[in-house]
Design a protein around this ligand. Sequence first.
Ligand SMILES: Cc1cc2nc3c(=O)[nH]c(=O)nc-3n(C[C@H](O)[C@H](O)[C@H](O)COP(=O)(O)OP(=O)(O)OC[C@H]3O[C@@H](n4cnc5c(N)ncnc54)[C@H](O)[C@@H]3O)c2cc1C
Ligand code: SF4
Length: 530
Amino acid sequence: MPERFDVIVIGTGFGGAITACRLAQAGARVLILERGRRWTPETYPRRPGDPWLYWHDHPDKHHGWLDVRLFRGMAVAQGAGVGGGSLCYSSVVMEADPERFAEGWPPEITYEALKPYYDTLGAMLGVQPIPERQRTRRYELLRGAAEKLGYADRVESVPLAIAFDPDYHYDLPDPIDAKHSKSFVNAQGVRQGTCVHLGNCDIGCDVQAKNTLDLNYIPAAEASGAELRALHKVRYVAPIGQGYEVFWDVVGEGRLRPGSAQADRVVVAAGSLGSTEILLRSRDQYGALPGISRRLGSGWSGNANFLTPATYPEQVAVEQGIGPTISAGLNFMDGKIQGQRFYVEDDGFPNLLLNALGVDFGGRTGRLAKALRTHLARGLDEKNPARQVMVWLGEGLDAADGRLKLRRRFPQLWKRELDLDWDVSRTKPVIEAILDMHRRLTEAGGGRLHVPPYWQLLRGLITVHPLGGCPLGEDIETGVVDHRGQVFNYPNLYVADGAILPRPTGRNPSMTIGALAERVADLMVSGEAG
Ligand SMILES: Cc1cc2nc3c(=O)[nH]c(=O)nc-3n(C[C@H](O)[C@H](O)[C@H](O)COP(=O)(O)OP(=O)(O)OC[C@H]3O[C@@H](n4cnc5c(N)ncnc54)[C@H](O)[C@@H]3O)c2cc1C
Ligand code: SF4
């Protein structure tokens, strides 16, 4: 007989970590399944040969840091590991504007209804802006350019889930060094350190200054008895008696090993792509959940993400690789620019060249390794070519008209894989407004914009904010789940992550995803969803 639990939670990102924690704290026997591995500062990918990527179709062989999916016209990057997207995110945690809930959401979910959950989440994540004395060069570059364009009143210091030391500043001797990080034990009993601006936020914070979910909600869930199994990739869910059976493959053993467990209640929280894929497979491939809404897969959004690199002359201080990856924002959500609603941020990127240089190539005497080392060293000796690059991030309200589906894989026609129907036409105006703003900001700061060729030539986009696929709705005709996150036609089966957002947030979405997950868990615990 398969093992039996009160609740099985699939995924450990904002949806999964939060629901698992709250249900375990309420006394439920919880099993948490996560397809990725548990990461620690000792195992974060750093060297060229490290496990950087999670290959969704070969997780047995490659179960690394980031899952990058390539669809026609859209590439999606998402986290893969215990902590989900919080591991690799830039720690920007912003509430959505109250007006966002006016249309397209079930009437029960308003900003006012979500506010207590935003507050609970904000307290757990230790949200605060970067201290004034620690503002990065990129922050100042954004602010200076905005001021020149007359947008000074739109500049915001974005809320960050990072532990800062108010006494830290750049005038310290050798400031970008772990020796300045102050160690402390957080409310969940986990040791962390304060931020020393290493700039590695997206590839794992070496001093554990980012308040990631594996340092707060997940330890809290485990302290309340939840059992977490990493490297368990769920295939599908099927109803069985008074509950559900969840079928998975264990990855990481060089081959896939199947298994399953049963529970009274199941929370699917595998992210926008992951949750939608699990339900699509459950309905269309295994025929186990045939009554799921026809809206499954619909309303998919990339939150109008757009990244544009810009280069600056030597006299402009950029230092893209230093400090929190994002700390400044420019708010155009009022729709006053070309009638589009969007938000612009300074986006650094980890200085992979520097990281790679730290590699001990001693053990690898191959010619390629030697050549790489020489090449990198030369690049850094003369001038670090990435130092003068600033990456502008834009995010906004796109058309949210993508559709996820399963399609047969060619030539292995017996296999089905996740696919995305994405037509950029209705999203193009907001992308062009963002691009135009990136250009104006770059020129105001004395730099040169480089429009990415995938947009210029192919009208392709890259997003790190996938949303939708299992939208909230008032009934089965308008949504896949009700306002409590419960799947229409399937009592005690829930979705509680970015997949349920029926509309993009425009701003960074994790805070809204987390607040919705707090609400789903709260209603499950109070019995309103039973
Ligand atoms: C580089 C980067 C930077 C970002 N920066 C920010 C930011 O600063 N602010 C912000 O708000 N957002 C940011 N995001 C987006 C943010 O990470 C996501 O919006 C958020 O994590 C989504 O939460 P979720 O719970 O929906 O899904 P996720 O956090 O993606 O969690 C889903 C989890 O389910 C697991 N999973 C998937 N499929 C399966 C399966 N079949 N079986 C078992 N487990 C499965 C995944 O491995 C993952 O751990 C960033 C994303 C990236 C990639
Ligand atoms: S800037 Fe560095 S120290 Fe600060 S949170 Fe990011 S990775 Fe950690």
